[in-house]
Design a binder for this molecule. Structure first.
Ligand SMILES: C[S@@+](CC[C@H](N)C(=O)[O-])C[C@H]1O[C@@H](n2cnc3c(N)ncnc32)[C@H](O)[C@@H]1O
Length: 260
């Protein structure tokens, strides 16, 4: 992946593993939080429910990747619906918390928490990949490159969120720059829906995927846009290797048009 991706991933690891770990742990628990944080918690609950709704109710036998899982709430819900979940995050501390919080899952579902990069190809293939608010800090070209990489291992759908570009968010972004550097969270990178759709359309690895449902969740200080990328059945199957070989030979005239 690109240098900006790797730089940003390392900043996020530091931020989620140290700077924000207390706040993040509290936000993702049932503990009381400020009114502002309560709006964020409510927005995140709605977003998680939306993404879970976009997958089949019964996930038995399905493999799901929770990409950038944080403390693992979505992974647990998916496992309760039967999925075999791999949940990965770059922050070892958040993965530690996720493991501590993992309840007993009754039924066939399971969760395996891992520390690492969501783009690691060794994680294998998945029916569904969900990246809830884990790509929002990356630049648009890196978001689409990450989606392209993930799509190579996706059999059904790839669900993700981005921060929409709005006047308010641009203002908050500018205000954030007034804080001393040490207190700052890695900036969220807002993207427009049109710009993102154009980049997705231009990305050859995503040719077999179509943008399906989208939903903007806006709850007080939480603002995020969900996208569904679904794999489409190919209407033009690629020629079989033997046939392609044969056609080349015939077109080249090497065999004088004779069939072997
Ligand atoms: C805003 S939190 C969201 C966590 C979780 N998806 C949720 O909604 O509760 C973003 C998470 O993505 C993780 N993350 C960011 N980039 C990552 C990467 N390249 N690979 C794995 N995790 C990543 C961060 O460490 C952080 O825990």
């Amino acid at each position: 992946m690109s240098t900006p991706y790797l730089t940003r991933r390392s900043q996020l690891e530091t931020y989620f593993d140290r700077t924000a770990v207390e706040a993040w742990s509290r936000l993702t628990s049932d503990a009381p939080v400020s009114k502002i944080r309560a709006t964020v918690r409510a927005g995140r609950d709605t977003m998680r429910a939306t993404l879970l709704d976009w997958m089949p109710e019964d996930l038995t036998g399905k493999r799901l990747l929770d990409a950038g899982c944080g403390t693992g709430a979505l992974a647990v819900e998916a496992a309760r619906r039967g999925a075999e979940v791999v949940a990965i995050d770059v922050s070892p501390t958040l993965i530690g918390l996720a493991r501590e919080r993992l309840p007993a899952i009754s039924g066939p579902g399971s969760v395996e928490f891992r520390v690492g990069d969501m783009l690691d190809p060794w994680l294998g293939r998945f029916d569904h990949i969900v990246a809830m608010d884990s790509l929002i800090h990356y630049q648009a070209p890196d978001i689409v490159r990450a989606l392209a990489e993930l799509s190579l291992r996706t059999d059904a759908s790839l669900l993700f969120t981005v921060a929409p570009r709005t006047a308010l968010l641009t203002l908050m972004h500018a205000a954030g720059k007034l804080f001393p550097k040490a207190d700052r969270a890695p900036a969220i990178v807002p993207v427009t829906e049109g710009g993102l759709r154009r980049r997705i359309a231009r990305e050859s690895a995503l040719k077999r995927f179509a943008v399906g449902r989208t939903r903007r969740v806006n709850s007080g200080f939480y603002l995020s846009n969900a996208f569904e990328l679904s794999k489409v059945a190919s209407s033009h199957p690629r020629p079989q290797p033997e046939l392609r070989h044969l056609r080349m030979r015939v077109e080249d005239g090497n065999e004088g048009g004779r069939l072997p």
